[in-house]
Design a protein around this ligand. Sequence first.
Ligand SMILES: *[C@@H]1O[C@H](CO)[C@@H](O)[C@H](O)[C@H]1NC(C)=O
Ligand SMILES: *[C@@H]1O[C@H](CO)[C@@H](O)[C@H](O)[C@H]1NC(C)=O
Length: 446
Amino acid sequence: MVAILVAALAVLQLAAAAALPHHHRHPRAGHAPRAPDDSFHGVTLPLLCYDDRISDPSYRMLSTKLPSILDRAIQISSHSWEVGTLTQALLEVYNPRLAPFAYSDAAFHGALGGKIRVPTAPLEAASVAAKFLAAYDFSSAPSESGDLNSLLEGGSPRALVDGGGSLGDPCSLGPAAWLLAHFADAIGDDVGTPLATDTQYAWAVGNQLAYLQQGPRSDNGTISHREDKFEIWADQGYMIPPFLAYLGLTTNNTALLEQALDQWLLTSSALLDTNHNLYRHLNTFDTRFWATGNGWMLAGLMRVLASIKAAGGAGLGSKVAEAEDIAARVFQSLFNRLDDSDRLPNYMEETDPSLTHADSAGTTAVVGAFYRFLVLRPDLARGMKPAAERAFSGVVNKVDGEAWLTAVVDPQGTNGFLVYPGQDTRSPEGQSLLAIMWAARTAASQ
Ligand SMILES: *[C@@H]1O[C@H](CO)[C@@H](O)[C@H](O)[C@H]1NC(C)=O
Ligand SMILES: *[C@@H]1O[C@H](CO)[C@@H](O)[C@H](O)[C@H]1NC(C)=O
C-alpha cells in the first residue's frame, strides 16, 4: 500500500512537471520519492528545478523534458562509452558536487565508513553503473582495505567492461566506478540492484587504470584508443583524460591530473587541423572533421580543466592556458559552421550531401562544452554566446514529443558515422549529452 502511494505520488509529480515549470532560484535538483517497481531499471528520476534567470524558452522546455530524456538514455544505453556518458550526465544533473564542475571533497568522501553524512548520494548514477558492472569478477579482490587510494596502484590490468576492442571507452565508466567505491557500502541495496563493496569497486578501478597505463602508445607517449594497435580517436578525449583527472582530483594526485591534461594535449596535437581549427575524427581510416568528435574533445577538456581548477590548479597554469587557447579557436570555428537549422553539419568541409546533414548529437556535445567554457574563460568565450544560444535552441527543437533527440548521427557507425534524415535513429549519447548541456547552461546561469 505504501509502495503504491509512493508510485502514484511520483506519477503525479511527473505530470505536474510537464505542465508547470518550477520557479526556483537554485538549480539543485530536488529528489522525488522513488517507486520501488518502476519500469526503468529501478530508477525513478527526480524532477528538476530550473534557473529562472535564464529566460530562453528552449531552456525551460528542456528543463521539463529532461527526466524523460534521461529515462530514454537509461533505456537504450548499452555500450561502455554510452553508459559512461550517461553516468556522467546523471551526476552533473543530480549530484553536481560529485562532478568536477562543482566538486566538493566533503561530498565525495562523505559516505565512507558505511554511513552517509551528506544528503546527496548518487543513487541514479550508482544504480546505472552497478548494473553495468554486475558481471565483473570481483573474486580476487582484497576483502577489506582501509585505504581505497592504495588500490589505484599496482592493479592487475583488466578493463571494467568489454570495450569491444576499445581501450579508452571502458575508462569512461571509471569515475562512476570510483564513486561506487566511495558510496556502495553506505547505499546498500537502495538502488534496486545488488552492489559489490567499496573495496571491490576500488580494486576494479585500480585494475582499469593499470590496463589503460599498459596499453599501446606512440613514441611521444600518446595513449591509444584501441587495445590491439595504436590508433587515435577524437572520442578518447572524453573517455581517457577525464578519468585520469577525476582520480587525480579525488585522491589529491597531481601526477594524474597532469597526465590527464598531457594526454588531452597529445591527442589534440595529433588530430587538430590548424588551418581549419577542427579535429579530425581519427588519425587513420576517418580523417574527416566529425561534429561529435569535436564535441568529445571539447567536452572532455572541460572536465579535465574543471578537475584541475577544483584541485587548486596543480601548478599546471601554462598547459591549462595552452589548452584553453586551442579550445577557443575550435569553438569559434565550429560556431562559424552552424547551418540554417542552427546545428553543425555531421562532417564539416565536405561537399557530398550524405556527409553534411546536420547532427543534433554532436551539436549538443559542443554547446554543452561551450557553457562550461563560458564559466571557465568568459574573456575567451563571451563573443560566441549568441551563436551558442542559437545552437542550443537548434537542438532542443529536435527533441520530439516522446523525449527522443532526433536527426542524430548513427553512433555505431554501422555504414559510416552518418545522419540518415527521415529515419528514427536513436542516440544513447545524444540523450545523455542533452542533460550534460542542460547542466552546463544551468551552472552558467545565462
Ligand atoms: C594535496 O597534496 C599536496 C602536495 O602534493 C599537499 O600539500 C596538500 O596538503 C594535499 N591536500 C590534501 C587535502 O590532502
Ligand atoms: C605525438 O604522436 C602522435 C602520433 O604519432 C603525433 O600525431 C603527434 O603529432 C605527436 N604530438 C607531439 C606533440 O609530438
